[in-house]
Design a protein around this ligand. Structure first.
Ligand code: SAM
Length: 275
């Protein structure tokens, strides 16, 4: 358990919510009532259709079998990958999320292998090597400072086998920062009646409001990652090749996609000596 943040009942951003720009705050953001509503937000069936097996196909095409889902949330991708025959271990830093994911997986007939860990010191709790690490659902943007981002990427890198891949997605914050536009599609958060709005955006904060049909509201404070910046960090920690997709397409206009997916490969392509 993360003892710094005992489970809270309500989100608490203090007197000035726009001043809350701390990595550690994520545990307190996922209060039980928000966790319970998360699946309304993402709508598993709608999301499955929107993603149309992109992640499964990408993992298969790169030969991955053993996957570490580091941002399990309520378990959507862990369960989807288990169904598709992958070996999956599910990590999250929020105990509430992991418990929800475990229960969701049981409903689908799976016992989730869970590890409660923070990415910044992942390898203190994860003692195995994987073909792939996935960090999906705009999760990496919970990290508010560069040191946390570098450390987390280095921890992902360390838990990958020599041919391993990292798949990490993010909102198209460049579009939000540069044009002040609202995302048009809804590829990831597919719940029809849930209203997701970027309430505030500046260079170091994107604050989103999630309004549910019963009028309950929650917020998430995220760091607006620029696409080229995160690609550079990935290369700096040692990934050799980073391919970025826009809304699951290899070719796209920079401003159009709502989401980017980065596929970062650890393997030295041509230089690596044969084993
Ligand atoms: C936006 S949710 C996405 C969940 C899921 N992947 C999805 O797409 O529905 C982000 C998840 O990342 C987890 N998370 C955020 N920062 C973390 C950190 N530093 N270490 C471990 N987990 C973290 C949160 O607890 C939360 O469950």
């Amino acid at each position: 358990m993360n003892m710094r943040h005992p489970p809270a009942r309500q989100q608490n951003y203090g007197d000035d919510p726009l001043a809350m720009r701390e990595t550690d705050h994520y545990v307190a953001e996922y209060v039980q009532s928000f966790v319970d509503k998360w699946d309304e937000l993402i709508d598993w069936r709608g999301r499955e259709q929107a993603e149309s097996e992109f992640f499964i196909e990408t993992l298969r095409s790169l030969g991955a079998k053993k996957v570490l889902d580091v941002a399990t949330g309520t378990g959507f991708h862990s369960v989807q990958l288990l169904k598709a025959g992958f070996e999956v271990t599910s990590v999250d830093g929020s105990p509430e999320m992991l418990a929800k994911a475990f229960n969701n997986a049981r409903k689908h007939g799976y016992i989730l292998r869970t590890i409660h860990a923070d990415w910044r010191w992942l390898n203190r709790d994860v003692h195995d090597l994987y073909d792939a690490v996935i960090c999906l659902g705009n999760s990496f943007t919970h990290l508010f400072n560069e040191n946390d981002r570098r450390k987390s990427l280095a921890e992902y890198y360390a838990t990958l086998r020599s041919h391993g891949i990292l798949i990490l997605d993010q909102r198209n914050y460049d579009a939000l920062l540069d044009q002040k536009i609202e995302p048009s599609h809804n590829y990831y958060y597919c719940g029809e009646d849930v209203n997701v709005v970027p309430e505030h955006i500046d260079d170091s904060l994107a604050r989103f409001r999630y309004r549910f049909p019963d009028q309950t509201e929650f917020h998430l404070n995220m760091f607006p990652l620029r696409k080229d910046y995160i690609r550079r960090l990935m290369k700096e920690v040692g990934f050799q090749r980073v391919t970025t997709y826009g809304d699951f397409q290899e070719t796209y206009h920079e401003r159009e996609p709502d989401f980017f997916v980065h596929v970062a490969e650890k393997r030295y392509r041509d230089q690596e000596p044969q084993a």
